[in-house]
Design a protein around this ligand. Structure first.
Ligand code: 13P
Length: 255
């Protein structure tokens, strides 16, 4: 199966940016610019912006996601949000395993797996992030790191459920650094992840799964990255906070 038959997805990850009022304004600018997009367009926003974001995109082709969720259904987990809570407010997508969560908040492959499982059980679609540190790339263990992150995150996930998994390859050294992976590096690791899916599940599963690249993707470099045969979309940080730039990336993915 070729790339044309896979779902192309451009998702913004707003990280810890924008108040609800600012979210309404930004989405108000994004919506008209991407209204004719053939690809799936998602904005993953801070929890407190979810209501405003859902309201601002009602009846449009822009979908809203959260940036994380906890694995438990409820309980004594101060400061956390459950997948069921997200589903209840009308959210359809959630980012899990972002490198900033792993790096600064102690998330592990095991908790990434638990959160993924909880999100799937709540009916959400998961944008599952994997990626190596610069040191690991220099040590030549990118393939091992990304393979094991992918395999552990997907433990207990059935082949049917893969239709609600998007994998985002985000090399940590490329995030927020302005240092993008080359199109060839991005494609190489996305292809490797696809091979991991083929080995874990089936060739059909591997051919069907959407794999994004993330890490300093912007209006200038998006087209070259998105032209790669195994890169099916992008997870965009900084550039997703500028309506014009984000819409240029969406257009680059439209095919
Ligand atoms: P930047 O696009 O700002 O590098 O962030 C990428 C990212 O972490 C998306 O999840």
């Amino acid at each position: 199966m070729n790339k044309q038959l896979r779902k192309a997805v451009i998702a913004g990850n707003w990280k810890m940016n924008k108040t609800p009022a600012e979210a309404t304004e930004l989405l108000g600018n994004i919506v008209p610019l991407v209204k004719d997009a053939k690809v799936e367009v998602i904005a993953c926003v801070p929890y407190v912006d979810l209501y405003a974001a859902l309201e601002a995109t009602k009846g449009t082709n822009v979908k809203i996601g959260a940036e994380n969720c906890h694995w438990a259904k409820s309980g004594a987990f101060t400061g956390e949000i459950s997948a069921d809570m997200l589903a209840a407010v009308g959210v359809n997508y959630v980012i899990i395993g972002h490198s900033e969560r792993r790096q600064y908040f102690g998330e592990t492959d095991k908790t990434v797996n638990m959160r993924t499982r909880a999100a799937l059980d709540a009916g959400l679609t998961v944008i599952l992030c994997v990626g190596e540190y610069l040191e690991q790339r220099e040590q030549g263990v990118t393939a091992e790191v990304v393979s094991s992150q992918t395999k552990i995150a997907l433990q207990g996930v059935s082949e049917d459920e893969l239709s609600r998994i998007i994998i985002a390859y985000e090399p940590v050294w490329a995030i927020g650094t302005g240092k993008t992976a080359t199109a060839q590096q991005a494609n190489e690791v996305c292809a490797l992840i696809r091979k991991v899916i083929a080995d874990l599940y089936s060739k059909e599963a591997a051919d069907g799964i959407t794999i994004q690249y993330g890490g300093s993707m912007n209006a200038k470099n998006a087209e070259e990255l998105l032209d790669q045969p195994d890169v099916d979309g992008g997870l965009i940080g900084g550039a997703s906070l500028k309506a014009e730039d984000f819409s240029v990336i969406v257009k680059a993915a439209d095919r």
